[in-house]
Design a protein. Structure first.
Ligand code: FPP
Length: 242
């Protein structure tokens, strides 16, 4: 039987280049990318993958021009309006990683509705990294822990304890707050770029990587399945020996 990764994370890259190739506006590239995302969510859920995480909008993406940024959030609202029922039928549970309080109101409200509607579902968890940046996530974790420790030290007279790896993991967006998300077993990046771009830096310590030249809007469930299959043949040692 095929060994399935528990958690697959995807950097969906190449929407802009896809649009350029087809002489279309950039937003049409993101629209095509949203359709690919939908297909992959469906496929991953049907395969029985437990956790799928996508990098939808990074803290650095605010540097893009306003039409593109608001266009991407508009697509998010469209995705929720169009596909929420199907996600729910498949018992997919949606969670957001990142500080999404800062995104436009309609997009935030759609997400809140989705999280609420799917909150008790028991199928695949679909994590959308939105206004997410990994360094900021780690800093936020350390600052939260430091404040808690300092408060305890002053108010309860405890010594300030050392911070452990577990403490940090627990305070990341992937941490315990709404149930712990296991570290990604496999990270896929499309469009030929081979870097992490501030995505899951802490969580990817032992992840396998798969890079493909395919631009995200051209990425199919078929290619996804092939990558998952080749993952099943890899030997993972987590720093130990065979
Ligand atoms: C990277 O392509 C893609 C993004 C920054 C946005 C990803 C958005 C979607 C897949 C659709 C919207 C879905 C949601 C849930 C918000 P790029 O623009 O960096 O491509 P390029 O490197 O070719 O220019």
């Amino acid at each position: 039987m095929l060994e399935l990764p528990r958690h697959v994370a995807i950097i969906m890259d190449g929407n802009g280049r896809w649009a350029k190739k087809h002489k279309l506006p950039r937003l049409m590239g993101h629209n095509a990318g949203m359709n690919s995302m939908k297909e992959i969510v469906r496929c991953a859920s049907d395969m029985g993958i437990e956790q799928l995480t996508v990098y939808a909008f990074s803290t650095e993406n605010w540097k893009r021009d306003i039409e593109e940024v608001s266009g991407i959030f508009g697509l998010l609202v469209k995705f929720v309006a169009r596909d929420l029922d199907e996600l729910h039928e498949k018992s997919v549970r949606v969670r957001v990683l990142g500080d999404y309080s800062a995104i436009p109101d309609d997009a935030r409200e759609s997400l809140e509705k989705t999280i609420k509607t799917t909150g008790n579902n028991t199928g695949m968890q679909f994590n959308i990294a939105l206004n997410y940046g990994s360094r900021a996530e780690i800093l936020r974790a350390v600052n939260t822990i430091m404040n808690e420790r300092f408060f305890d030290a002053v108010s309860k007279g405890y010594d300030i304890e050392e911070i452990t790896e577990e403490d940090i993991s627990k305070h990341l967006y992937t941490g315990d707050e709404n149930g712990n998300i296991p570290d990604p077993d496999l990270i896929i990046r499309t469009s030929g770029e081979e870097r992490l771009s501030n995505f899951l830096l802490w969580q990817s310590a032992y992840s396998e990587f798969a890079f493909t030249d395919t631009l995200w809007p051209d990425f199919t469930p078929n290619e996804f399945e092939e990558i998952i299959e080749s993952f099943g043949n890899r030997e993972r040692r987590f720093g130990g020996r065979k």
